[in-house]
Write a protein that binds this ligand. Structure first.
Ligand code: AMP
Length: 202
């Protein structure tokens, strides 16, 4: 199964993609994680875009994704989280693969800002918390492994506002290219997961 999750930053795409991919036995591909996992000169190039809240250029992004698709774990399918983010990316994706389902996870910009300004992740295991809505038991420490919780370099208010603006301008028009199913992302994590699975299992 090949699925795309679309939603403004903070809509829960990453959280849901992790949960739903496990349930379906497919791989979760986050292009944000893919970019953040780069090192050396490539990472420097990537950071020059993403830390300020700008998109990584389409051509370079699709090349990285194509390489990722060639890995063995993609054979059973995938959930794409964070891609496509522009109409050219969607068109390029259409040339290299089929897509079974597109899910739009919908939240308001106000909620997106509230979530993103409070977002922290464990530097070791990557588990996510929210200081406003889902704080850790011990301040600054991961509930799972006790490691330090860190804020992403692009989760600053100016970068957050820029990313939300870019979502509306560059990413939302993609929805016109697909027949997507809309899920209310302002429900509990469990309810959003249930709603997504209902669409995918139909
Ligand atoms: P995310 O983790 O999905 O919020 O992505 C973090 C940042 O990585 C974004 O703000 C962009 O700068 C960059 N990024 C992730 N996916 C893409 C993409 N499909 N195209 C261009 N840039 C991307």
């Amino acid at each position: 199964m090949k699925v795309i999750f679309i939603g403004v930053q903070g809509s829960g795409k990453g959280t849901q993609a992790k949960l739903v991919s496990k349930e379906l036995g497919v791989v979760h591909i986050s292009t944000g994680d893919l970019l953040r996992s780069a090192s050396g000169a490539l990472r420097k190039d990537i950071d020059s875009y993403i830390v300020k809240g700008n998109l990584y250029p389409d051509e370079k992004m699709i090349k990285l994704l194509e390489k990722r698709f060639k890995k063995e774990d993609c054979k059973k399918g995938w959930i794409l989280d964070g891609f496509p983010r522009t109409v050219p990316q969607a068109k390029m994706l259409g040339k290299i693969t089929e897509i079974d389902e597109v899910i739009e996870i919908d939240i308001t910009d106000k909620e997106a800002i509230r979530r993103l300004t409070g977002r922290v992740t464990c530097e070791k295991c990557g588990h996510g918390y929210n200081l406003n809505t889902m704080p850790p038991k011990v301040k600054g420490k991961c509930d799972i492994d006790g490691s330090k919780l860190v804020k992403r370099a692009d989760d600053t208010l100016p970068a957050i506002k820029k990313r939300i603006k870019t979502f509306h301008k560059e990413t939302e028009p993609i929805l016109e290219l697909y027949e997507s199913a809309k899920v209310n992302g302002e429900q509990s994590v469990g309810k959003v997961k249930k709603a997504i699975l209902k669409v995918l299992k139909q």
